[in-house]
Design a protein around this ligand. Sequence first.
Ligand code: FES
Ligand code: FES
Length: 164
Amino acid sequence: MIEPQKIVPISFKINGRTVSLEVEAGETALHAIRERLHLTGAKEGCGIGECGACTILVDGKAVNGCLMLAAQLDGTSVRTVEGLAEGESLHPIQQAFLDHHAVQCGFCTPGLIMSTVALLEEHSRPDRRTIADGLSGNLCRCTGYKQIFQAVEAAAERKKENTK
Ligand code: FES
Ligand code: FES
């Protein structure tokens, strides 16, 4: 007989809003965010930590939502791609991805954008190698990465100008 999973109460911040959930002990953070909170920006690609489509920021660090347990979100502050735009205005990184045609099918895009947020918070002027390292956990099958790198460089430049 299959034992029912233990239910774990958790409370955390997501995109600035505090939420309380009851999750199953073995449930992933990605599942809780997508299925319980209906924030479907983070995607499930591989489900085993290989593709980065599920990337979210937890306490400022880019993590694979598919590898983290929902119970581990308790007490954290989470950011997802849904928290970036302000009203009708896209976040500068989102705008740079659009401007540089770094989006084709779009499945990888939310994860890449969240990894870029983390990257640019750590490195204000990343060179190509730093960008490649920062995005090494995010796979894109469509773009060939050139446009993505250009978008990240443009977003870094814009961020620098805005902080002058
Ligand atoms: Fe999480 Fe692929 S779905 S890394
Ligand atoms: Fe299709 Fe990246 S745009 S996987």
